[in-house]
Design a protein around this ligand. Structure first.
Ligand code: G3H
Length: 539
């Protein structure tokens, strides 16, 4: 092991005081029916990916614990959500758009006051750098602001009657029922809130179970949820997935299942629901996004985008570039430049200045990545960058693996970590066939300058993936863009506007355009006799 790696984990004095967690945070609260209840049962320890040096030893930091609730508590959360929805007659689903927006605005204002606490826990729990943790928090706040804006816009567009073929009607979007929202560990705040907030604002009631890692960071927001939403509208539970969430799905009372995680996890849970066609699923799942670097690509740009695409947050993004197809004419030059750029990335702790490479939160991840690299070695590839695949405890230094072929696990398995497989190619049909035959279909990035060639490859992918990136890395943002995937990569489309649609359904009031019907419609509207049939325009 090089000195860089052996000295990566700090001793306690080397952790800036502002970021230290002096006392473990033993969380016992969970939110059901507007009450912060106290759990007296078993707790789940929260291990940080950060180890601290004590003399010659390293100790993994236990930063707290969270409640290990059982199916009993999760079913109590469901009862609360079912009651608050009350078959669509509850207080929340019958509130006006303006009233629901006011609740969400209050929540946002309260959430903003908890920024430092959430950011600190993001760093400690999942090892995300300070800059990226701050970005995740701020992006989430922006998402809420934009969701409110989009909801007003949606409502304004519905604040009118339409006339068609002798009928007049008003069409509005209404909620679906009880939503179960679960997010991933890599964006435990942002990705969860991109379903949770639209679900709430549209009038659904919600059961939220935080991700496997990145759980404690929701605690600073519990009170905001409690005080800003009516009882039962948002319920937050903790514990093992199979026991808590399994019981919810088996009950058949979940109407919407919003899940960002693995394809296997989604399959196992969806299967438990006894009424499959009454369950609406919104899923963000596995991906193996390739980059294709053509011989005439602007190499500096391609390298720079592939570095960010493959290695930001240590490659732990669903949208990360997880395999690079590089044309054989430029592959040596590409690897040289790529490796130079990796060498400039600083390994360290999440709070260190200018740090890019940090420890990994998933137990066993380092061993798993080493296994993938060894498998590739056995099939003829090598690690071609200095220090590549060196590891220490929870830290794994990025490995550039070359030349990768279809016999290797890295060719098709989603590594979700800092290993970059490079496949040389001479014929453009090779990466095209890879995408066409893949089980995944989220995104692809094409790097090149020959418009005809780029257009041909691009067109080959339009029916395969959700987004084709030209000379840029794969990514979700801007959040107004549709975010989805084909095959095993997703179900449904999310974006600020789309998320409002997926958590709602259009309902209309229609009548024949006779004089008496018109008169009744206008009386209802004029006297504000209905909450649905209304032409009030939100400012
Ligand atoms: O993990 C998947 C995220 O949706 C990726 O979002 O592309 O903005 O990092 P991002």
């Amino acid at each position: 092991m090089t000195t860089t790696l052996s000295s990566i984990f700090p001793s306690v004095e080397n952790i800036p005081e502002a970021f230290r967690i002096s006392q473990p945070i033993d969380q016992r609260e969970y939110l059901i029916n507007g009450e912060l209840r106290i759990w007296n049962g078993n707790l789940n320890p929260v291990l940080s990916p950060v180890f601290v040096k004590e003399g010659d030893e390293y100790r993994q930091q236990v930063i707290g614990s969270t409640p290990l609730l059982t199916s009993r508590e999760s079913l109590a959360a469901m009862d609360a959500a079912v009651k608050a929805y009350d078959l669509g007659q509850g207080y929340w689903p019958t509130r006006s758009v303006t009233e629901r927006i006011e609740h969400v605005e209050r929540f946002l204002a309260s959430m903003r006051t908890r920024r430092d606490a959430v950011v600190n826990l993001l760093m400690w729990e999942i090892g995300k750098t300070k800059k990226d943790s701050e970005r995740e928090f701020d992006r989430t706040c922006d998402y809420i602001v934009d969701t409110i804006k989009a909801y007003k816009e949606l409502d304004r567009n519905s604040a009118k009657l339409i006339e068609e073929q002798g009928y007049m009607a008003q069409i509005r979007r209404v909620p679906l029922g009880v939503s179960l929202c679960m997010g991933p560990y890599n964006y435990p705040l942002n990705e969860t809130f991109t379903t949770l907030i639209p679900a709430l604002i549209m009038g659904n009631t919600v059961i939220f179970k935080p991700a496997k890692y990145g759980v404690l960071l929701i605690r600073p927001l519990l009170e905001s949820f409690q005080t800003c939403f009516p009882a039962g509208v948002i319920n937050i539970i903790y514990g093992r997935g199979r026991e808590t969430v399994g019981a919810l799905m088996e009950s058949g009372k979940i109407d919407v299942f919003a899940f960002i995680g693995t394809n296997k996890g989604a399959n196992d849970l969806k299967r438990l629901h006894p009424k499959p066609h009454r369950l609406k699923a919104i899923l963000g799942l596995d991906a193996k996004n390739p980059a294709i670097v053509l011989p005439d690509a602007d190499l500096e740009n391609a390298v720079s985008e592939c570095i960010t695409g493959a290695l930001s947050f240590n490659g732990q993004r669903c949208t990360a570039l997880k395999i690079l197809f590089v044309h054989e004419d430029i592959v040596d030059e590409f690897i040289k430049k790529f490796n130079e750029r990796i060498a400039r990335l600083n390994p360290g702790m999440p709070w260190d200045n200018d740090v890019s490479l940090t420890p990994l939160p998933e137990p066993g991840k380092v061993e798993y990545l080493a296994e993938l690299v060894n498998d590739a070695r056995q099939h003829g590839a090598e690690v071609v960058n200095e220090m590549g695949s060196e590891n220490h405890l929870t830290f794994f230094y990025p490995a550039v693996v070359y030349p990768v072929n279809s016999k290797m696990r890295l060719y098709s398995e989603e590594q979700f970590g800092p290993v970059v497989p490079i496949v040389p190619f001479s014929d453009d049909s090779k990466p095209i066939e890879y995408v066409v035959n893949s089980n995944f279909g989220q995104q692809v990035s094409i790097f090149g300058t020959d418009s005809k060639r780029v257009a041909k490859i691009m067109d080959a992918f339009v029916n395969q993936v959700g987004r084709i990136n030209l000379n840029t890395q794969s990514q979700r943002g801007p959040d107004t863009f549709p975010f989805n995937g084909r095959k095993d990569s997703a179900e449904g489309t999310l974006s600020i506007a789309d998320a409002l649609r997926v958590f709602s359904i259009r309902t209309l009031v229609a009548t024949k355009s006779t004089d008496s019907n018109k008169q009744m419609m206008s009386t209802i509207i004029r006297n504000r006799e209905s909450a649905f049939l209304s032409t009030d325009y939100i400012i």
